[in-house]
Design a protein around this ligand. Structure first.
Ligand code: OAD
Ligand code: ZN
Length: 250
């Protein structure tokens, strides 16, 4: 059983890092990016330069954002999120590093200091000039009334979902914390990511090079499978359900 293989790895680990991707949230009804029917099969990503350079692109980005938010409004953490939160609470997983922007790890109860969001958070927006936080509801009201998002209320700058687009700088503190944790981990668990987007996808290799055991769990093969000590090709809910406190006492 795959869960038993994972349990055996965890049993000998003192400092595990979980690294998660969109595959963790598909069971919550949030589409991933690169599966058939995934987001990038429907829309080409809007790169950061295009967003900054064109009002038309900003309108398109905000339109997509609100469509996606409506489609995923009821999404809740699933058994895989709950299992990971449990392993954090038990001290088995020292840090969760996620590429996901859906806030589901936080909502599953992982404390702030155990969670690194490498690609930001899609539940609010920030001003690209001054960094001020803006709420999506306020932006949406203006967008629906005028066809454009509002400017920053204090500096007039451009508002963008607080997520990282292609070509946009990574949040530096988050990236540094993730790199440090990867280098110090004895076990690095990659869950539900195709592992093709860098620099995030470099983290499994940082861990591996520093001596960690690398385990990759994903439905499809990933680019880094050749470097893994253990490849679990499976559904993440199936794999992690035995660790979910809501369905077991494991
Ligand atoms: P991808 O869509 O590239 O990969 C998700 C992986 O999860 C795929 O390989 C699926 O086969 C697998 N998967 C989906 N559902 C699963 C399930 N229930 N059980 C097991 N595996 C499952 O998503 P990411 O790797 O997260 O970045 O993508 C990385 C980054 O690319 C994202 O953070 C986003 C995107 O562009 C930005 O937007 C900056
Ligand atoms: Zn501003």
């Amino acid at each position: 059983l795959k869960a038993e293989e994972l349990r055996a790895l965890i049993a000998t680990s003192r400092q595990a890092v979980a690294f998660t991707g969109a595959g963790l949230s598909t069971a919550s009804g949030i589409p991933d990016f690169r599966s058939p029917g995934g987001l990038w099969s429907r829309n080409r990503p809007i790169a950061f330069d295009a967003f900054v350079g064109s009002a038309e692109m900003r309108r398109e980005a905000w339109r997509r954002k609100f469509v996606m938010d409506d489609a995923t409004r009821g999404a809740e953490p699933n058994a895989a999120h709950r299992a990971i939160a449990r392993l954090v609470a038990d001290g088995v997983i020292a840090l969760v590093v996620t590429q996901n922007i859906d806030d589901l790890h936080r909502r599953s109860g992982i404390p702030e200091d155990r969670l690194v969001e490498l690609h930001g958070n899609g539940t609010y927006a920030t001003c690209l000039s001054c960094g001020l936080r803006h709420e999506l509801d306020d932006i949406r009201r203006t967008f629906e009334a005028t066809g454009d998002p509002p400017p920053c209320r204090t500096c007039g700058g451009l508002l963008k979902s607080a997520t990282v687009s292609f070509g946009q700088a990574m949040p530096q503190a988050a990236m540094r914390a993730a790199e440090r944790a990867a280098a110090e981990a004895d076990l690095f668990l990659a869950f539900g990511s195709s592992l093709v987007v860098y620099p995030a996808a470099g983290l499994p290799l940082v861990a591996k090079r520093a001596g960690a055991t690398l385990a990759i769990a994903n439905r499809e093969p990933t680019d880094l499978d050749p470097w893994a000590d253990l490849v679990l090709r499976c559904d993440l809910v199936d794999l992690l359900q035995p660790f979910d406190p809501e369905v077991s006492t494991a």
